[in-house]
Design a protein around this ligand. Structure first.
Ligand code: G4P
Length: 546
């Protein structure tokens, strides 16, 4: 593909957008996100054996400090986007395959604001739940962001090959704790630990088909499936089938059937039971994404004008990753394409500065692998190399101007004062703070009492502080000193309330670099007490993450 190639017509952009599904997996560590990612990729035949992407043992060794940090902690600091083609087994062979974009969320309990920002780049989420554990804290936090952004959620109950909880009990938990109505598309045949297959639910919960699984060695290959009709299934599985059929009908009696409108409105969630490890139920997840998850759609700009997918090119930067390759000191800005066709080399406008920006180096990044992207369409994720002016929330466009709303900043829960001891390093230190602030690595808070030399860094996850320290050392040659502050939560306030709040014990008011006034509280009891005693004060939650 050359830079002179003619942009695809609106019709073909519409077709390209229509066959794309861009989603992320939200889960608590250990629920099986990496295993599921491999299994999905296995089904899409982008890799020949599970383990090629995640493969803890097979992780490539590299020289960068950044990766040293990753290796030391055994985690992936960087988000990656995995793209693959997928044709449903019963799909039309002549129709073009679907294109699946799986945007990875950093997979550690010590997650950061990036984890949330990824969710601004997707059209749907798969909520992955461990069958033995049910809903866990990180899943709940991420789910709240999906709800806030109106992202439809498909629920996958994983590890059904292992002893776990009763299926109806798991559904009740989802309903009771987060108010999302689970609407299973399939129902497991066999209790957790005895996963035989899936009953496909039809009208009123009646079984239409039985998908029977066969194990393969280590789950490294696609599990063969046998399709049986309900009477053959009853004969084959006896009581296990009977129980599944009865439970499935019971679900319909309580209204737990799929409704596309309610799903898209975020009120219901299709449920699939699976074993990512054995590759059971995995292609059903892909089929569900293709059939039910929304394709990329229009987005509203700050002035409320809609950018349709067929409009000229536009994209939103949702993540900036620096220092991925120490040898080149590069910075990758990941953008999600909203409209039009992206052609590598095209000159786009950076809405925030009005300046032109040449997209000569465009990559997709999967794990440590980068490959050049020549053309991309709405829903796709592209990493732009050395895009120093770009920060999360920024817009790029061609032709008709558009600026998308900024990505909301999420409620920080960790706070540290940052300083340098050596006065001779102060200038670099200031530059570093400004740079990391503009990239959205941490939020930077200041107030008159503490002064300019010791700003407060605010983070959603403490790992963000480690990133600050590592980057200040590597890129600015300053050795910062961080001192944790005893605050645990933040609320947005206003100038009228700030004085009174400043007089309260266990509270401190700051101005964030975007001008927002934040009151920090030592704990939630302090906050509750003040809200009760001084109800006239403005104390608004930031984007809910808890
Ligand atoms: P994460 O990315 O969400 O943190 O989870 P990951 O895929 O690493 O899985 C966490 C553990 O759960 C792994 O075991 C993995 O093998 C196991 N697991 C994932 N999916 C399933 C499943 O469907 N069934 C069963 N039985 N286990 C599953 P581990 O012992 O911690 O690591 P490993 O040595 O297997 O890599």
């Amino acid at each position: 593909m050359t830079t002179e190639s003619v942009p695809a017509s609106a019709k073909s952009v519409a077709a390209e957008a229509g066959r794309r599904r861009t989603f992320a997996v939200i889960s608590h560590p250990d629920a099986g996100k990496s295993t599921l990612t491999e299994a999905l990729a296995l089904h899409a035949r982008v890799i020949s054996e599970a383990g090629a992407i995640h493969g803890k043992a097979g992780r490539k060794s590299t020289v960068s400090d950044w990766m040293e940090m990753e290796k030391a902690r055994g985690i992936s600091v960087s988000s990656t986007a995995l793209q693959f083609n997928y044709t449903a087994p019963d799909g039309d062979d002549d129709a073009p395959a679907n294109v699946i974009n799986l945007v990875d969320t950093p997979g550690h309990s010590d997650f950061s604001e990036d984890t949330y920002r990824v969710l601004t780049a997707v059209d749907a989420a798969v909520m992955l739940i461990d069958a033995a554990k049910g809903l866990e804290p990180q899943t709940l936090k991420l789910f709240q962001v999906c709800r806030h952004r109106g992202i439809p959620v498909i629920t996958v109950i994983n590890k059904w090959d292992r002893p776990g909880r009763a299926p109806l009990e798991l559904l009740d938990e989802i309903n009771d704790r987060i108010g999302l109505t689970p609407t299973p598309l399939f129902w497991p045949v066999g209790v957790a630990g005895d996963f035989r297959g899936l009953l496909r639910r039809g009208i009123d919960g009646a079984a239409t088909e039985y998908v029977r699984f066969t194990r393969t060695a280590g789950g490294a290959k696609i599990a063969p499936e046998e399709l049986l009709d309900p009477s053959a299934a009853a004969e084959r599985e006896g009581d296990a089938w009977q129980t599944a059929a009865e439970e499935s009908e019971l679900l319909s009696a309580t209204g737990q059937d799929h409704d596309q409108e309610l799903f898209l409105a975020g009120q219901t969630s299709p449920v699939i039971f699976a074993s990512a490890m054995l590759n059971f139920g995995v292609h059903q997840i892909l089929d569900t994404l293709v059939a039910l998850a929304p394709p990329p759609g229009q987005r509203l700009g700050v002035d409320e004008t809609a950018r349709q997918t067929t409009d000229p090119f536009s994209a939103v930067v949702f993540k900036v990753q620096a220092g991925m390759d120490a040898a080149h000191r590069d910075r990758l800005a990941f953008m999600r394409i909203v409209s039009g066709t992206f052609e590598r080399g095209m000159v786009v406008t950076h809405a925030q500065t009005g300046k032109p920006f040449t997209t000569k180096y465009a990559h997709t990044v999967v794990g440590r692998e980068r490959s050049t992207v020549d053309t991309a369409f709405p829903g796709d994720i592209v990493g732009l190399v050395n895009a120093t002016a770009l920060a999360p929330g920024h817009t790029l466009y061609v032709d008709k101007k558009i600026e998308f709303p900024p990505i909301p900043s999420f409620a920080p829960e960790h706070f540290s004062v940052v300083r340098v001891d050596s006065a001779s390093k102060y200038k670099q230190f200031r530059r570093a703070v400004d740079q990391l602030d503009s990239e959205g690595v941490v939020q930077v808070l200041r107030n008159d009492i503490r002064g300019d030399a010791s700003p407060v860094l605010a983070a959603v996850g403490p790992m963000q502080f480690e990133v600050v320290v590592a980057r200040m050392k590597a890129e600015f040659n300053v050795e910062p000193r961080l001192e944790p502050l005893g605050y645990a939560l933040a609320r947005r306030t206003d100038a009228e309330s700030a004085d009174e709040l400043g007089r309260q014990r266990g509270v401190e008011v700051f101005t964030r670099s975007d001008g927002v006034l934040l009151a920090l509280f030592s704990d939630k009891w302090r906050l509750q007490y003040i809200q009760k005693e001084l109800p006239e004060l403005t104390l608004e939650p930031l984007v809910a993450t808890a």
